[in-house]
Design a protein around this ligand. Sequence first.
Ligand SMILES: Cc1cc2nc3c(=O)[nH]c(=O)nc-3n(C[C@H](O)[C@H](O)[C@H](O)COP(=O)(O)OP(=O)(O)OC[C@H]3O[C@@H](n4cnc5c(N)ncnc54)[C@H](O)[C@@H]3O)c2cc1C
Length: 460
Amino acid sequence: MYDIIIIGAGTAGIAAYKEAIKHTQNILIINDGPWDTTCARVGCMPSKVLISTANRMYDIQHAEEVSLNVESKIDTSNVMSHVRQLRDRFTAATIRDVNSWPSEHKISGKASFKNANTILVNNKEYQAKSFILAVGSTPTFDQKWKDELGEHLITSDQVFELETLPKSIAVIGSGVIAIELAQAMHRLGVNTTIFARSKKVGSLTSSNLQELAQQTLNKELNIKFEVLPDSVNKTEKGVNIKFTENNESKNINVEFLLVATGRKSYLNTLNLSSISKDFENIRNLPVHSETKQLADFPIFITGDALTTTPLQHEAANEGRGSVHNCLNYPQVKNIKTLTSLGIVFSSPEMATAGQSFKRLKQQNIDFITGFVSYEKQGRAIVLGKNKGAIEVYIDKKSRKLLGAELFVDSAEHMAHLLSWMIHQDITLDEVLDQAYYHPTLEEGLRTAFKHARRQLNVAH
Ligand SMILES: Cc1cc2nc3c(=O)[nH]c(=O)nc-3n(C[C@H](O)[C@H](O)[C@H](O)COP(=O)(O)OP(=O)(O)OC[C@H]3O[C@@H](n4cnc5c(N)ncnc54)[C@H](O)[C@@H]3O)c2cc1C
């Protein structure tokens, strides 16, 4: 009987294996499909390569923002092979790592439970004292559309495999993955139409910032808010999409339909109902939100398989933490220990650090919002990136920094600073005592904090 069996070798599973091996050799990790992680193969990394090339192209074509006249002729024919080349470099690093593990620790195959301490893989049974379920998720799409469109319906799993950039694409969805990919495609010269079920883009929960993001992104992108296709049909060259906009029937032809409307968990492959009848509905599993324990079994669910934070760093942290819950069972600890940090690589970037506006409201917390617009922010003007705004949320009583939402250039860096400060549990006054170099985008943060302080001082 193994000490731990880890099911799934993505970010969470690999992090769990690397932690477990420090404590026991009696472990097994099982993975269905490639061993190079969703993040490196079809997620974080290839998407960021595409976005980085797209943003460079945008900057060249908009060099007038810093007073340069550029006559650019840009050849994009190598963009997709560049994406794959860098992607292969990142996946190769992971595969090298996995190849260095003892072969008796690894099995390729799909695992499913026979009972609470037995699993089946390739028709063989394996038993363990505890399990880490790190099976991740897969993009959702309408099977009827897929049957009709065949390879012209793609998801993030296929988009990076396109030989060359298409001439046109329709993106369904306006969430994080949809917006990142759609804006990159648009900036690379692909005629891009976005169909959004609701009036929401990306991740921002503050209505002020959400509205600003919608307006700003809609100036650049063709986003059809609250419009979805009425029908999709295969044509000789791609896809015909019929839709209704302002009570008018319309249609467009595109080469590909990219569906980015969410992901579904692979927990349904594990036959969890063989452990307990209560686990038949995987959407309603009794999993503790902090320890990630499944009911009172020595089974822990980590990463995208079941989470409110489908992010690489959260998956890795949960993977590591769950090992200690397995080894110390029945003593189990909170493994959701990180201060929230979420980034959308749109342009301007969106980010949330600490508690979001929505979360604070839901908890009825009495807080002040400090606001700064970046339209007149000195450094942002210098950079030709003077768009967007930031909100910081301060607890009225304790004056502690609780959270922030950002829609601004370089949000990825400022959100890190903010999340680290929130983790230190510091007050607004302590934040304002820090150094702010001039001229930087961080000075805008100080403006937001001062705005909050003025309101607090009036309130008392
Ligand atoms: C397009 C895109 C962009 C993204 N960008 C970012 C980003 O910029 N930053 C960020 O933090 N996050 C990003 N993410 C999210 C990030 O990729 C995920 O949070 C992370 O990969 C989750 O890791 P995981 O270990 O839970 O799952 P995975 O890495 O998906 O691993 C799960 C593994 O389990 C295997 N498996 C499934 N069922 C079974 C079974 N029954 N038996 C055995 N094995 C099984 C799967 O085949 C897979 O190999 C992005 C995701 C996408 C799709």
